[in-house]
Design a protein around this ligand. Structure first.
Ligand SMILES: *Cc1c(COP(=O)(O)O)cnc(C)c1O
Length: 379
């Protein structure tokens, strides 16, 4: 029986009270008062011109593909080591995905591979800040500017992480956040689109509101609202925003808890990792990470599977992560082959993530650490 899960949702502040308040406000649909509070919070904290809550990060990525007018004939560059939605949201519009490998140290899109993947059809690049550690944004932004490519940051892991002192999610024309149950801040299912290039703001509001200019109508800028563009329903209920806002209110506490969990793992497992040929996460000096997860790279797939079984026997759930997308059924349809992204192919077999959630207390974490240390790799 699993007694320490990999992840679980928890209440940290006014979540329940705010949900009741949203109902009492008489506005449970989208864009009520809690949604507006969430928008203002993200805009002020990060210093972005516009933040819009969405029903998921997947949907924020779909909005990005629509805003950039991407379609058949266009190519977009992604890391192969990412969640399906990073890529699928663009493929849904007819985009051809081009898969880049990741760096062996941070597991982020390898910026040194970018230029050779660019063709006359390339329109955008989507870096993913894996584990909330920033990609090499100086290089990525420079290459993108030189080739006239849009940058969309998939910042699902990286809220409040920084690259050279600047918040992740503020570099690309667009960036996306996730508030899925497994992320640092959650409302079960949710996301946000961050808009740094202000030319996209007005159309983003329209696309998010079923292709109507309803947002302008609510602000009194037009006297009736109508169908003006393509779009869908990408706005979450204010009940979800109420839950999320309660988590935003205690964001410093949440990030403090996560920092403590991450640093405890790093300190307590350092000697064990050295003795056993296990690679712990690397955070470059110029990056402030978001403390999203604690992963380790085991020496091989066999050792990784034995390690997961070892923890499971002690009631602890540790999990692997992304399979290389270029080798998925869909990736292969786009020409992906073994050997295209050797680092991704290797590390996806080796990677394991330890339990990491906001109410993982010290005694639970001590149990996890003890269980990890009792596993010896026979090198
Ligand atoms: C979680 C995640 C997503 C998808 O988020 P949803 O909110 O579940 O749609 C996309 N990209 C990355 C990197 C993620 O980790």
């Amino acid at each position: 029986m699993i007694t320490i899960p990999f992840n679980r949702p928890c209440i940290l502040g006014n979540e329940q009270a705010y949900i009741l308040q949203a109902i009492a406000n008489g506005h449970a649909a989208g864009d009520g008062s809690f949604t507006k509070k969430c928008h203002a919070f993200l805009e002020q904290q990060l210093g972005v011109p516009k933040a819009l809550l969405t029903t998921s990060c997947t949907h924020a990525l779909e909005m990005a593909a629509l805003l950039l007018n991407l379609g058949p004939g266009d190519e977009v560059i992604f890391p192969s080591f990412t969640f399906v939605s990073t890529v699928n949201a663009f493929v849904l519009r007819g985009v051809r995905p081009i898969f880049a490998d990741v760096r062996p140290d941070t597991l982020n899109l390898d910026e040194r591979q970018l230029e050779r993947l660019i063709t006359p059809r390339t329109r955008a690049v989507v870096p993913v800040h894996y584990a909330g550690v920033g990609c090499e944004m100086d290089t990525i932004m420079a290459i993108a500017a030189q080739h006239n490519l849009a940058v969309v940051e998939d910042n699902a892991h990286g809220l409040f992480g920084k690259y050279r002192g600047r918040y992740l999610g503020t570099f690309g024309a667009l960036a996306t956040q996730s508030f899925h149950e497994t992320k640092n801040f959650t409302c079960g299912e949710g996301g946000a689109l961050l808009i740094n290039d202000v030319q996209y703001i007005e159309r983003a509001e329209i696309i998010r509101e079923k292709g109507t200019n309803r947002s302008r109508f609510f602000r009194g800028q037009v006297d009736k609202y109508t169908w003006v563009d393509i779009g869908s329903s990408y706005l979450p209920s204010d009940l979800l925003a109420a839950f999320l806002y309660a988590q935003f209110e205690v964001h410093e506490r949440i990030q403090g808890i996560r920092r403590r969990i991450w640093e405890t793992y790093a300190v307590e497992l350092r000697d064990w990792a050295l003795r056993n040929g296990v690679q712990l996460p690397y955070v470059p000096d110029h990056c402030e990470q978001a403390y999203h997860m604690f992963y380790m790279l085991m020496p091989s797939l066999e050792v990784r599977q034995a390690f997961i079984a070892h923890l499971k026997a002690q009631g602890i759930l540790a999990v692997f992560h992304y399979l290389p997308l270029h080798l998925s059924d869909m990736g292969r349809k786009f020409g992906g082959r073994v050997g295209d992204c050797p680092v991704t192919e290797r590390i996806s077999d080796q990677l394991v993530r330890l339990p990491f959630f906001n109410d993982l207390d010290e005694s639970m974490q001590a149990r996890v650490i003890e269980a990890v240390r009792s596993f010896q790799v026979r090198l």
